[in-house]
Design a protein around this ligand. Structure first.
Ligand SMILES: [Zn+2]
Length: 423
C-alpha cells in the first residue's frame, strides 16, 4: 500500500533535507520527498505543522526477552519504542539464556517479526554467557542476524581476552560495543563517588573506573582495527578520550543517554532508586562536558539504555536495588526540551544523533529518508506540552526518575516499513 505524508516539515540529517514537503512511500520504501501539493497515488496523511523524520534508532536497549518477561518483553518493549518515536531497537544480550547462540538470535528476530511494533536488531555477547572468558562464535552469530557484539553490563576485564575478541570481531566487520569500567575500582559501588555519596554514606563508583575502561578499549581498537562503540558515556574525561581517539584515526564512536545530560548524582538523595544506574549519574561538570561533546561531534549518538525493572526490585534498599531506568518513552522529549529548546544542539543535529549516526555506528540499513530506504518514519508534534506519567507508559515497568517532569515534543505516530504504528 502507498502512503503520502502531506505538508509536514521533513527533516533528514542523512541528506541535509529540512523543508516543507510531501513524503511519498511506496511498497514499504521511501519513494520521494516532493514539493507539497503534488499528485501522488496513495492514502493521504495530513501532517501539516508536524515534524517528519527518519524513524528514531535506539542502539542500546534491554527488551528482557527471553527470561525476564516480568520486566519487559519484545511486544511491550517495541510498543514503548513506538510510543517514543523509535522504529528500530537494538537489544542487549543480558537475557536468560543470553544472546550468545544463533538460536537465540533467530528466536528474537522471529518474535519481533510476529509481535513487534518496531524493528529489533539483536546484539550478541562477546563472551559466552557474558562470563568474560570464552569467546562466542562471532561468525555464526553474525550469520544468524546479530547486528553487533557487546557484553554491556558485564565488561570483559581481562585485556588479553578483549584483544582476541576485538581481533575476531574485526575479521567479520562487527562493531564491539563496550560498557567501560575497571571493576577492580568499583566493588560494591552504588552511585557516583563524590560529595553526595559521602553525605549519603554509600560506596562510590569513581569516574576514573569508566575512564580507564574507555582508554583501554580505545587503545585495543587502535591495535586491532576493530570498530568500537563506547556505550553510555557519563564522564568528562571519557569525552576527551573519545575526541582523542577520533583525532588519532581510530574507528571509534560513542553515545550518551538523556539522563546523563539532565540529572546529576544529587538525584540519588533520599535514596531514590530510580536514579540508580551504571555508569551512575555524575556531576554538573560531566553533564556540561557531554553537552559540549555532543555539540562539537565528539559524541556521536544519543541512546536510551532502556532498562526496565519491576517495582519490587526497585523498592529494595538503594545499595541492593538493580541498576537501570526506562528510556524509550521519554528520550525524544528530554532531548528536545533540554537540549534543542535551550540551544545546546540544533534540531537537525539532535535528530541525526538519534537516526543516521546510530545506524552508521553499527552499519544498520535504517535512519534515513533517502529514496529506496525502508519507510521507517517518525512524526512529532514539537509544541505539545506533556507531563511524564509512568502509569501511562507502554512499557511493563515504571522505573523512571522523570515522573511529573514537564516536557515538550510528543511523538504522534511511527511508520515501520510503510505500516503506520499507533502506539
Ligand atoms: Zn545497557
Amino acid at each position: 500500500m502507498n502512503l503520502v505524508l502531506r505538508g509536514g516539515r521533513v527533516l533528514d540529517p542523512s541528506s541535509g533535507i529540512d523543508r516543507i514537503a510531501d513524503l511519498v512511500i511506496e511498497q514499504g520504501r521511501i519513494a520521494a520527498i516532493a514539493d507539497p501539493g503534488g499528485a501522488h497515488e496513495g492514502d493521504d496523511l495530513d501532517v501539516a505543522g508536524r515534524l517528519v523524520t527518519p524513524g528514531l534508532v535506539d542502539i542500546h536497549a534491554h527488551l528482557r526477552e527471553p527470561g525476564f518477561e516480568y520486566k519487559e518483553d519484545i511486544e511491550t518493549g517495541t510498543l514503548a519504542a513506538a510510543a517514543g518515536g523509535f522504529t528500530s531497537v537494538c537489544c542487549m544480550p543480558n537475557t536468560e539464556p543470553a544472546i550468545d547462540t544463533p538460536a537465540v538470535v533467530r528466536q528474537i528476530i522471529e518474535r519481533a517479526g510476529a509481535v513487534g511494533s518496531a524493528r529489533v536488531f539483536p546484539i550478541a555477547s562477546l563472551t559466552r554467557a557474558m562470563a568474560g572468558d570464552r569467546l562466542s562464535d562471532i561468525a555464526d552469530l553474525k550469520a544468524a542476524g546479530a547486528c553487533a557484539i557487546s557484553d554491556d553490563a558485564f565488561p570483559v576485564q581481562n585485556s588479553e581476552t578483549m584483544r582476541r575478541g576485538m581481533e575476531y570481531c574485526a575479521q567479520f566487520g562487527m562493531t564491539v560495543m563496550t560498557h567501560n569500567e575497571d571493576q577492580s575500582l568499583t566493588v560494591g559501588g552504588a552511585m557516583n563517588e563524590g560529595l553526595t555519596s559521602t553525605v549519603m554514606g554509600l560506596p562510590g563508583i569513581p569516574r576514573v573506573s569508566e575512564d580507564i575502561g574507555a582508554a583501554r578499549n580505545i587503545l585495543l581498537s587502535r591495535l586491532t582495527g576493530c570498530r568500537l562503540h563506547l556505550l553510555h558515556i557519563s564522564t568528562a574525561v571519557t569525552v576527551q578520550l573519545l575526541r582523542w581517539a577520533k583525532q588519532s584515526g581510530a574507528p571509534v564512536t560513542g553515545e550518551t543517554a538523556p539522563h546523563y545530560l539532565t540529572l546529576t548524582d544529587e538525584a540519588c538523595m533520599g535514596f531514590n532508586t530510580h536514579a540508580k544506574m551504571n555508569p551512575p549519574l555524575r556531576t554538573v561538570e560531566d553533564a556540561e562536558a557531554l553537552k559540549v561533546g555532543l555539540a562539537d561531534g565528539a559524541v556521536d549518538v544519543i541512546a536510551t539504555d532502556h532498562a526496565p525493572h519491576a517495582r519490587h526490585e526497585k523498592e529494595r534498599e538503594f545499595d541492593q536495588a538493580p541498576f537501570g531506568i526506562l528510556g524509550l518513552e521519554t528520550a525524544f522529549a528530554l532531548v528536545y526540551t533540554h537540549l534543542v529548546a535551550p540551544g545546546v544542539l540544533n534540531l537537525s543535529d539532535a535528530i541525526g544523533k538519534m537516526t543516521v549516526a546510530p545506524a552508521r555506528a553499527l552499519g544498520l540499513p535504517v535512519g534515513t529518508l533517502a529514496p529506496g530506504a525502508p519507510a521507517d518514519v517518525s512524526v512529532f508534534d514539537l509544541d505539545a506540552p506533556w507531563r511524564v506519567d509512568a502509569s501511562a507508559f507502554r512499557s511493563k515497568s515504571r522505573n523512571t526518575p522523570f515522573t511529573d517532569w514537564d516536557l515538550r515534543g510528543k511523538p504522534v505516530f511511527t511508520i515501520v516499513g510503510g505500516r503506520v504504528v499507533k502506539p
